[in-house]
Design a protein around this ligand. Structure first.
Ligand code: 9RB
Ligand code: ZN
Length: 368
């Protein structure tokens, strides 16, 4: 198995400002703080663990590149792209759209490089240069919709890669599996009416964006039945996630029969994340990755492209990332040093209310 891997130092230079996630406002009692919650150090630390653990020796580096305007415009409106370009030239930068997603000067080039890198990894996998791949990009993308960014996302990297796969690389059907703990609202909206792109989002029920990612959202018009939301109850652990993977993600992929699987890979469902209340460990991410890989063996000859999304525990994200990439590459080089703590917590067993939710979503699969 050859597994592609991509990280660019410039991703660590994405400036998210000094207001944790609430911009500093002394009159409202909001103090500045050294790091925004989405500060890129978390991802840089993941990259450094990939290197220090020796995992890098089992991976094939794929070169980053910037997405062209044409590639970005397959997903985003010209007005939005122009605004990001303009604000990106200002000495103090701007905001992706919701007031909590600040970016510094030069962010347009970094975001374009994130999107282009998702494309580069997709090309490497589709062309057979590597069997599968992991693009560790920053900023994240899965909340960005056509006309605006939000939730720390500027351009929707995975959606831009999916459009490229469809329109340039000749992939007839593309599946997007989003296991970031927050709802993959961007792909849901962008491909709502498109039955050639199956979007599956496994997320914490109504975590972010507010009231987004409901069970009932199953696509629009011709795209009906080609969007699946799995809004897991707050407090779900490894077994609940594994059950959702086994009962919904695997069977839905097999029913759809895509030519390529893209994974929006966030590590913020882990038990140490500050922006969610799920409980999973690196074992949970290994289960998710194995499920997608097993489904891919029978559908896309293993063609999986994982693209980094969220994850805000600087301590635990690196271990979850290494375990996930190890699974893609079929090697094991590092024990998860945090697992004895987070794996030993109660709450990993499948609970009745979690099972009921997953069983309900599983009934949607026969409509694909
Ligand atoms: C604030 C609000 C959030 C909450 C979570 C995220 C996670 C993003 C991610 C982003 C923004 C609301 C600060 C609502 O990891 N995606 O994968 N912000 N939440 N209102 N206000 C004032
Ligand atoms: Zn997230």
């Amino acid at each position: 198995m050859t597994t592609g891997y991509l990280w660019d130092e410039i991703f660590g230079w994405h400036d998210t400002g000094s207001g944790s996630m609430f911009p500093a406002d002394p009159l409202a009692g909001l103090q500045p703080i050294a790091h925004h919650v989405a500060h890129p150090d978390t991802k840089r630390r993941m990259h450094e663990l990939v290197c220090v653990s020796g995992l890098i020796d089992h991976l094939t580096r794929v070169s980053p590149r910037n997405a062209t305007d044409e590639e970005i415009l397959r997903v985003h409106t010209a007005d939005y792209v122009e605004r990001i370009k303009r604000d990106s030239e200002l000495p103090k930068g701007g905001d992706a759209g919701d007031g909590i997603s600040p970016f510094g000067k030069g962010a347009f080039e970094i975001a374009a490089r994130g999107a282009g890198s998702a494309i580069a990894m997709t090309e490497a996998v589709v062309n057979g240069d590597v069997d599968n791949g992991y693009a560790l990009v920053n900023p994240a993308g899965h909340h960005a919709i056509a006309e605006t960014g939000m939730g720390f996302c500027i351009f929707n990297n995975v959606a831009i890669a999916a459009k490229h796969a469809r329109e340039v690389l000749g992939m007839k059907k593309v599946a997007i599996v989003d296991w970031d703990v927050h709802h993959g609202n961007g792909a849901q909206a962008i491909f709502a009416e498109d039955p050639s792109v199956l979007t599956i989002s496994l997320h914490q029920d109504r975590c972010f964006p507010p009231n987004s990612g409901l069970l009932e959202d199953r696509g629009v018009g011709e795209g009906t039945n080609y969007n699946i939301n799995i809004p897991m109850p707050t407090g779900t652990g490894d077994e609940g996630y594994a059950y959702a993977a086994k009962c919904v993600i695997g069977p839905a992929l097999e029913a759809f029969g895509p030519d390529l699987i893209l994974v929006a890979s966030g590590f913020d469902a882990n038990a140490m994340d500050p922006l969610s209340r799920q409980l999973i460990t690196s074992r949970g991410f290994v289960d998710l990755a194995e499920t997608v890989m097993n489904a891919s063996a029978s559908t896309v000859q293993g063609r999986i492209v994982m693209v980094q999304e969220g994850g805000y525990s600087p301590v635990y994200v690196p271990f979850c990332g290494v375990a996930t990439i190890e699974t893609l590459a079929g090697v094991h080089v590092l024990e998860d040093a945090i697992l004895p703590v987070v794996g030993g917590m109660g709450g990993h067993q499948l609970e009745d209310h979690q099972k009921a939710l997953v069983d309900h979503v599983a009934t949607f699969i026969s409509d694909i």
